[in-house]
Write a protein that binds this ligand. Structure first.
Ligand SMILES: Nc1ncnc2c1ncn2[C@@H]1O[C@H](COP(=O)(O)OP(=O)(O)OP(=O)(O)O)[C@@H](O)[C@H]1O
Length: 230
């Protein structure tokens, strides 16, 4: 689905990503772990075309996207839920979801599945996004990305600042999405338990490199929790 080869990235003279290669597969959750400042968001921005690739290549669905602008990547089927959610606070829940649909020509109806996954959004359809709690805004941001019908869903720290009961709802939703087999999910997380419970594949990043990687089920014996805490 998504294949990245030898990706290097730098801001001015500072080298941030150092030759990353990995694949994200349909029907799987790939979790990317790493502490603050190791380059996770820079990697996601590179995947979205928000930061120009310095060196290396990436392909999506068999197509080279290394130099595609962000809107073309969205059109190709990459959905991105950025850190901090970034919903439209003055638009209603419904309008926020319709903004997601806008990238999908020919469809005008918000997919029912979004409301099955996050019933609170149906209840709050006409409330302004900015009036929702942090956890509800996160659900809205995920719902908006899903309205685009992505083949790859990228989530940047969806649990950050969110209460435990809603974290459980988000976990359930991500698992359900992966199990449909319709999309690949790339999840960036610092919250180890959440990452472990969802990972089919994991990547652990340190200073712009992967220092550990493997299947999700081997995370405990690989000592990923300990490596993350160092
Ligand atoms: N626009 C920028 N210009 C210069 N340096 C930047 C820029 N954005 C990020 N950096 C630096 O690049 C490094 C990696 O940042 P990045 O945001 O990718 O890390 P991160 O792993 O996502 O951390 P966090 O979890 O805090 O978001 C950091 O040292 C950061 O200070």
């Amino acid at each position: 689905m998504l294949k990245v080869e030898s990706l290097h990235q730098a801001y001015g003279g500072s080298h941030i990503l150092r030759g990353l290669s990995f694949e994200v597969k349909t029907g799987e959750v790939t979790t990317l772990l790493g502490r603050n400042g190791v380059g996770k968001t820079t990697l996601l921005k590179s995947l979205m075309g928000l930061v120009k690739t310095r060196e290396g290549s990436m392909s999506f669905d068999g197509r080279d996207i290394t130099h595609l602008p962000p809107h073309e990547r969205v059109k190709a089927g990459i959905g991105y839920v950025p850190q901090g959610r970034e919903i439209f606070p003055r638009l209603t829940v419904e309008e926020n979801l319709l903004m997601g649909l806008a990238t999908r020509p020919g469809s005008s109806k918000i997919p029912e599945r979004i409301f099955e996954m996050f019933p609170v959004l149906a209840k709050m359809m006409h409330r302004r996004g900015g009036d929702l709690s942090g956890g509800q805004q996160q659900q809205l941001a995920i719902g908006r990305a899903l309205a685009m019908g992505p083949k790859l869903l990228i989530l940047d720290e969806p649990t950050e600042g969110i209460q435990p009961s809603i974290i459980k709802d988000i976990e359930r939703a991500i698992r359900m999405l992966a199990q449909t087999g319709e999309m690949a999910i790339l999840l960036v997380e610092q919250y180890y338990d959440f990452a472990e419970s969802l990972a089919d594949q994991y990547l652990l990043m340190e200073r712009g490199e992967f220092i550990m990687r493997g299947r999700g089920e081997t995370m405990p014996q690989d000592g990923v929790r300990e490596a993350l805490a160092v």
